[in-house]
Write a protein that binds this ligand. Structure first.
Ligand code: GLN
Length: 252
């Protein structure tokens, strides 16, 4: 039995009996080829429209995690698709590539504005980097959508060979600690006063490092909860969307 991390990095997932998506940073390999809407057998528990930004990264896994909590996720790759969602997930992948493609698809400004206007948004790994107001170890010209008062260091936990899993307790998520999968993951070097720290790494050389943060309608994790089959982080975010969609609607 492969661990979620092994499945992710080897491209084979024997828990689900099928190969995972090809792992490549080549945008052309990912665009339009790899991700399909989840099965029509998924029954949404309510009418929330939760989008997954589908420019690059592990989009399919987030759609599957949303399905576990009863939400039919929607792919967002165009401005008109962004306009239709009540909440958005920015998946892990490669933040520099996601930014380039967001510009290419004329999505960068609309995304930045919608996030600033209160769209509930969850960024995992590369998505965390993209929600940070300040980043370190990034190309000098790398933009972010911003929104969370934090400084995030890219690739802080090391390169892909140094990826690891760890049990992490997240404030606001009840029950056992969740299994957090870190893949070339960032950490939060510093959380500013507007941001609330939800989780830190407990053990090992990175003990004490911040790996989950919330600021009002925005949530970010250094790790990939979508790879574990435990959808409690997605449930937490969907709860935020239910609440946040209401707030955003009031301010318009
Ligand atoms: N290191 C990647 C970046 O800088 C993030 C890795 C990930 O999302 N798993 O964007």
């Amino acid at each position: 039995m492969l661990t979620p991390l092994q499945a992710w990095t080897t491209g084979v997932d024997d828990r689900r009996g099928r190969p995972t998506a090809p792992r490549t940073d080549r945008a052309e390999d990912r665009l339009g080829l790899e991700f399909r809407p989840i099965s029509s057998t998924a029954v949404p528990s309510h009418d929330l429209q939760v989008g997954v930004l589908a420019l690059q990264g592990d989009v399919r896994e987030h759609l599957a995690a949303l399905a576990i909590v009863g939400v039919t996720g929607r792919i967002v790759r165009r401005e008109r698709e962004l306009a239709e969602v009540d909440g958005l997930i920015i998946p892990g992948g490669e933040s520099t590539t996601i930014v380039k493609l967001a510009h290419h698809f004329d999505l960068f400004e609309p995304l930045r504005q919608r996030i600033a206007a209160g769209l509930p948004t969850y960024g995992s790994c590369a998505g965390m980097i993209l929600l940070a107001d300040r980043i370190l170890d990034a190309p000098a010209d790398q933009d972010t959508f911003g929104g969370i008062d934090m400084t995030v260091r890219r690739n802080a936990f090391g390169r892909q060979v140094e990826s690891f899993e760890e049990r992490v307790q997240i404030d606001g998520i009840e029950g056992a600690p969740i299994t957090a999968v870190f893949i070339r993951a960032p950490w939060v070097e510093e959380a500013g006063p507007a941001a609330t720290v939800l989780a830190r790494v407990d053990t090992g050389p990175a003990a004490g490092r911040i790996v989950a943060v919330r600021q009002q309608h925005l949530l970010a994790t250094s790790f990939h909860p979508e790879l574990t089959g435990d959808a409690r982080v997605h449930q937490y975010f969907v709860d935020m969307v239910e609440h946040g969609a209401h707030i955003e609607g009031q301010t318009e």
